[in-house]
Design a protein around this ligand. Structure first.
Ligand SMILES: Nc1ncnc2c1ncn2[C@@H]1O[C@H](COP(=O)(O)OP(=O)(O)OP(=O)(O)O)[C@@H](O)[C@H]1O
Ligand SMILES: [Mg+2]
Length: 314
C-alpha cells in the first residue's frame, strides 16, 4: 500500500511514524464507520502529514479539499483538489462528496480517500458548522464502509471542542510537536537551507522554545535567523495582545485572564467548571490553549507558561 515515490516527499517527513501508522491503519482497515480527525496545536504539521499520506497511498481515488483562507495546491499527481473553499465550505464539501459518491456508485470496486484540510468554525451568529459537516462525512463513510475513507484536519480549537457533540462519529488523532530528535533534525536541515549557522546549544533552545512544532521551527530559523530571543520577544508581544483582547471581551483584567488560563492548563476538559467555559472558548479560539490527548488542555507553545506567569504574578 505504501510505496516510496521518486522525489523527496518522503525525506521531508521527520518523525511521525506513529501518526502515519495510525492513519494507514484507518485507511487499510477492512471496514470503517467513522471519520478520522487530525487535531493539535497550530503548526504541528498536519498538512505535511496529509500530503505525505496522499502521495504514498496507492490504489485509491484521491480527493483533497483545502478550506483554509490561504489554500495552496498540493500539486500531487492523481489527487483531485478543491481549493478556494473558504468562502463556501459547505458547498465545497457537498461537491467533493457528490463527485466521489458518483465514482463509488459507478465503480463498485473503486476505493476512495477523501482528505479535508483547514476546517474551522465560521464565526458569526451561527452555530459552528464543523460538527454538521463531519457528521455528513461520517454517513458517507458508513454507507461505503468497505471502501471510502475520510480524514479531516481541524485548524480551529473551538471546532475541536464542538466535535465533542459527535464523538461517536469520529476517531481523533492529536498531532503534537515532533520528538526532540526529529525536531532537532528539522532545525538543522532548515538552518542549512537558510544558510544559518547554529551550534548544538541553539538547536536545543529552538527545540525547547517551539515545543518541536514544525511551523514555529521553520519560522524561527528562516524569518528570525535562529535568534531565539528575538522570536521569544515577538511571541511575548503577540500573546500579550491576545490576552488584552480576551480581557476586554470578558471585562476583566489582563492579569486575571493570565491567572485563569494558567488554571486551565493540564486539566482535562471535564474538570473545567461551567463558569470558566466562556474563558475557555476565548482561549481556544485565540490559539492560546489546545485540546491534547485525552482532551487535556495544554498551552500552544511551551514558552507561554513563563509569559503567563510573569503577567499573572510579575
Ligand atoms: N514531520 C515533518 N518533517 C519535516 N518537515 C516538516 C514536518 N512537519 C512539518 N514540516 C515542515 O514544517 C512546515 C510547516 O508544516 P505544515 O505546513 O504542514 O504545518 P501547518 O499546516 O502550518 O500545521 P497545522 O496545519 O498542523 O497547523 C513546512 O515547511 C513543512 O514542510
Ligand atoms: Mg495546515
Amino acid at each position: 500500500m505504501l510505496e516510496a515515490e521518486p522525489g523527496s516527499v518522503e525525506e521531508r517527513l521527520l518523525g511521525r511514524e506513529e501518526e502515519v501508522r495510525r492513519i494507514l491503519g484507518y485507511i487499510e482497515s477492512p471496514r470503517a464507520y467513522r471519520v478520522l480527525v487530525l487535531a493539535g496545536p497550530v503548526g504541528s504539521g498536519r498538512t505535511t502529514i496529509l500530503r505525505y499520506v496522499l502521495s504514498h497511498v496507492k490504489g485509491y481515488h484521491k480527493f483533497h479539499l483545502d478550506a483554509s483562507p490561504a489554500a495552496k495546491p498540493l500539486g500531487l499527481p492523481g489527487v483531485e483538489e478543491y481549493l478556494n473553499c473558504f468562502a463556501d465550505v459547505n458547498g465545497c464539501v457537498d461537491r467533493v462528496v457528490r463527485e466521489s459518491m458518483s465514482i463509488a456508485d459507478h465503480r463498485p470496486q473503486a476505493k476512495l480517500l477523501v482528505t479535508l484540510d483547514g476546517l474551522a468554525c465560521v464565526r458569526g451568529p451561527y452555530e459552528c458548522i464543523v460538527p454538521h459537516l463531519v457528521r455528513g462525512l461520517a454517513r458517507f463513510v458508513e454507507a461505503y464502509s468497505d471502501r471510502v475513507r475520510v480524514i479531516v484536519s481541524i485548524d480551529d480549537q473551538e471546532a475541536v471542542l464542538e466535535l465533542g457533540k459527535i464523538a461517536e462519529y469520529i476517531d481523533v488523532l492529536v498531532v503534537d510537536g515532533l520528538n526532540r530528535e526529529a525536531a532537532a533534525g528539522l532545525a538543522r536541515r532548515e538552518a542549512e537551507k537558510a544558510g544559518v549557522r547554529l551550534d548544538d546549544q541553539t538547536i536545543n533552545e529552538v527545540v525547547a522554545a517551539t515545543g518541536g512544532l514544525p511551523y514555529h521551527i521553520v519560522t524561527l530559523i528562516h524569518e528570525y535567523r535562529g535568534d531565539v530571543q528575538r522570536w521569544m520577544s515577538d511571541v511575548w508581544e503577540k500573546l500579550r495582545w491576545k490576552l488584552v483582547l480576551v480581557a476586554s471581551e470578558l471585562g476583566v483584567s489582563v492579569k486575571d485572564v493570565a491567572k485563569a488560563i494558567l488554571d486551565l492548563v493540564d486539566k482535562p476538559l471535564s474538570a473545567v467548571p461551567r463558569q470558566s467555559y466562556l474563558l475557555l472558548r476565548w482561549a481556544l479560539r485565540n490559539n492560546i490553549v489546545y485540546l491534547a490527548k485525552g482532551t487535556v488542555l495544554k498551552l500552544q507553545l511551551p514558552v507561554y507558561a513563563g509569559i503567563l506567569r510573569s503577567i499573572a504574578y510579575g
